[in-house]
Ligand binder design. Sequence first.
Ligand SMILES: Cc1ncc(COP(=O)(O)O)c(C=O)c1O
Length: 397
Amino acid sequence: MERHTSALALVLASKPDLPVHCVRPHAAEKAADWFVRRFPGDVLYAVKANPHPAVIDAVCRAGVSWFDVASLPEIKLVAERRPEATLAFMHPVKSRAAIRAAYFEYGVRIFAVDTAEELAKLLAETDNAKDLHIIVRLAVASDYAQHKLERKFGAEGAEAVLLLREARRAAEELGVSFHVGSQCMRPDAWRLAMTAVGSTIRKAGVTVDIVDVGGGFPCAYPGLTPPPMEDYVREIETAFEAMPVLENADLWCEPGRALCAEAGSHVVRVELRKRDALYLNDGGYGALFDAAHGGLVFPARLLREAGGPRRPLAPFRLYGPTCDSIDAMAGPFMLPADVSEGDYIEIGQTGAYGAALAGGFNGFGVYREAVLEDAPFASAYAAPQADSLSAYGQHID
Ligand SMILES: Cc1ncc(COP(=O)(O)O)c(C=O)c1O
């Protein structure tokens, strides 16, 4: 893959016609290293957030060797690249063929379920295997998350109690998992979830070997500055110790966004300016999906050679390249007031659910790729910790 010292160096060297998916593997390595050292349990990387091989290699260099995978292609990707990895198939709804291939071809032993039907499917497709680690996904509130996941997955109430008992009978190891929602802005969301999960385990009267506190750990975006990551880990550790129903359980987490968001940015070109609206060559059907459909504002900076006059920043709306009018990003994205057609912009913190979500609608969604060596826009793992977004939207000069 091509390598540059910065996005500006990339633009000056080649004036790219395609949008560029930029990866800063060192940022993913730093984030993963932080989690490996500071999280008081095992860290599984949620591959869906960014399956780029450079990111997978980076988290491995930091010591992550367990992966949360959600599909057979993700299993293949990690198993082929990292044969030593332990894979956990954490999607609560899987095809029969995927279960069979995961178990018999790839040696996967860890599976999530959230219904009795899925448990039955899992047992049938593994020929009633006796070495399964079954993780029961429980529904919890996701009130403090930017992206709520609560309605789609998770057992609750009496069904959860029965499922835990049934899974206990079938499992070599029994786990519970939950997800407080992605980009969760409040560390105490985990305490509330773990209290609720503890009460369900007590009602079921089962011994639990694994508590998986999911993903949801946030990244800093303009207007969304989360508390320090230490606060999240402290809250989880305290809540885990306070769960009276556990004796020797292991603690796991499955961060996606927190390990890779800072490790990605996108270089896009302004194809047209209409007053405060910039029409770009990437957008809501591409790597900027979350800006169009998830209400996120990404930091942005103009990539111009040093030396020109500095202009004040102004708020801009962005439009993606497709013909669909929902391919629109309200922002506001703060950029120098004289930004114009032909300018390049680096959009930062797009490493999570960025290129991973990009589709090919309207013939777009084709990227160049590059490794960048400079620092990400902001980092929760750098010392001193970046706590301000004030550097966003400035000239690189
Ligand atoms: C089961 C599971 N684990 C982990 C994650 C990663 O979440 P995040 O990127 O918010 O850390 C997800 C995201 O959808 C998920 O569904």
